[in-house]
Write a protein that binds this ligand. Sequence first.
Ligand SMILES: N[C@@H](CCC(=O)N[C@@H](CS)C(=O)NCC(=O)O)C(=O)O
Length: 255
Amino acid sequence: MTKLDLYYHPYSICSLQVLYTLAIAAAYTDAGKGVPEIEQHFVDIFKDDQLEETFLTRINPKGQVPVLTSTELPSPIADSLLITKYLMDRWPCLSPPEHAAMIENLLDEIHTLNYFALSFPDRPQIADKLVSTVEERLARSNLSLKYGEALAYKLSVTIEEKFNGIKPENTEINEGKAKRLFAKLESLLHESPWLLGLKQPTALDAHAVILIARLSDVGRTAIVPKRLQMYAGAAFETPVLQSVMQGRRTMISKA
Ligand SMILES: N[C@@H](CCC(=O)N[C@@H](CS)C(=O)NCC(=O)O)C(=O)O
């Protein structure tokens, strides 16, 4: 079985979606069929590790986690949705064939949302800080040409996704999309604990549960239907998700 390397942060929502997806693949794949062997690399985005030259130039020019690398991949996969699709191709339990189209469409929809803007709509200062941190590095006098270019690209990504994403007009559109998505997900809750009436979780559950948990952790339950909150709460009681979260929530505790 090929070795995979995952660059992640334990309080990054997109990293958690991938880690939970991997944990489901490991838990629901017959041992003989090969479970994912994955080496995890902690990238301390709270200390700007993602802005280091090696990370930007060799791992992810966008300076974000998660990223999946492997000797079998021509280049790193630097996006949680694309990583998940790669994992779904390899571990069918993540996306049972009879539901694959629906799972893929909903995952695509979940990833049209700007999580940053959903999580921190009234804290534009977080976006300002992200931008100024990259600008400060860019202003250093001893940068190589390559690193300077990498930081300039990272700055453009941060402005587009974070600084612009959190502007009130975009936040409103984003929240409208989130509410429509949640209504759709709620309609897929049946008797069983998982979406689509399934007896075991899929990649769709992994991404939905973590998103719902994040909104609850930042006090934004008003946009999540109660039944979905209970669904995500129940997932947090399972050993599979507990093995990922290790007692943490999706946001660092201020205590
Ligand atoms: N579209 C990307 C977004 C990844 C992303 O924004 N990651 C955040 C953590 S959740 C990050 O690395 N932030 C650090 C930064 O932007 O500098 C994905 O789905 O993987």
